[in-house]
Design a protein around this ligand. Sequence first.
Ligand code: ZN
Length: 456
Amino acid sequence: MTDTESLKRRVRDTIDEHDEAILDLAKSVHAEPELGYKETETTRKVAEAFEGLGLDVETELAVTGARARAGGRNDADADTADAEDDEFVFAVLGELDALVNPGHPAADPETGACHACGHEAQLANLVGAAYGLVASGVVADLPGAVEFIAVPAEEYLDLEYRRGLLDSGEIEFFGGKQELIRRGYFDDVDCAAMIHAASDTPEREVSSDFSSNGFVGKTVQYEGRESHAGGAPEEGINALNAAMAGMNAVNANRETFADEDHVRVHPIVTNGGDGVNVVPADVRMESYVRAKSVDAIEDANGTTNRALESGAMAVGANVTIEDFPGYLPLRTDETLVTAFNGNARDVIGEDAVFGEHQHVTGSTDMGDVSQIVPSVHPWTGGFEGSAHSTEFGAVDEEMAYLLPAKVTASMVVDVLADPEKRAAVREAKAGKRSTDEYLEIVRRMRNTREAAYMGE
Ligand SMILES: [Zn+2]
């Protein structure tokens, strides 16, 4: 048995010893769902687990959230440490927030919040990996440090509340990881890993080699002029017709989107008029514009805004289009994917890894993290039902809540213990965007475009 193998054995055995605490945490989080930037109880539960391991915990990272660092140099080593030998930091992440689906059997009766995306499994993975690496003492036997971060607000919703946080200056970004990046929490992180429950995958399977779309979000307001819809429509300016013409113009541009860019534009009308006998004068829409790369997002977004504006021009209305930063595309790191998959085969079984490299057209703010540090975001099984639906939930507790923690903690051991893997990750990191470059991109996505075609 090699040294690394025996370290991994200790880590996995220690997770087994703490299996009840890990399962209890997952169930407690599942039973008490909280929406993004409101996860105070969930943060407390994770922070308590970290404190129980003797770690120093920082909370309220961005409204909510908790982090703790284990291992690494202490002050006594500082004098002797080689200045060249920057400490390697491996971040393990878990998302705290729930989403809204009032029909879910575990939904909070008041808020409709529920864990229909399995984020309780991410926290079991986060805390489970902490038990494995810290309670075993293994982290002290490895070079480098592990940063455990419980991150707020991944689901992009409840936007009125977040708008309030934005207006009062408490946050700049709707996504919790974006906000943590802005606040410098990833500045000394070399790589990052989290897991995510896979949709409709009760099997003991994982899939880690994929990329995802990023997106820009938008609200659109068409302003027209009210008049009697039957008696005097000629005196009105129909904002709903402007919106429909705008949407048709978006559709007329779809053939210009290149297949390899995986563009998705999916507008909805959130207010189509107020009374049927009044020409609509205030019509609202929302949309995302998603694509595989930052360039493709910005290109498709420009096309979409031009098309939406044309609807106002067509009927002589006014339009205001407000764009706000969504999430950036996810890119997974080869070294981490290989390490995760190898350990998944060891821990779960030879056939545990499914799927070739694939591109998914949804989005996550782990994409933002992956733009600045090498990252892995594997899908893990043990859940049935379609994610976000009323049917979604864990059906195999060991697979959902315990095995991924063993795989994640073993991957951390593999990377920290192997100078070649650390070097490969560092090299990949050197090719990533800097935090400032990242912030420049997300900030330039925030835009307001106004066009007035209404005469006096
Ligand atoms: Zn999710």
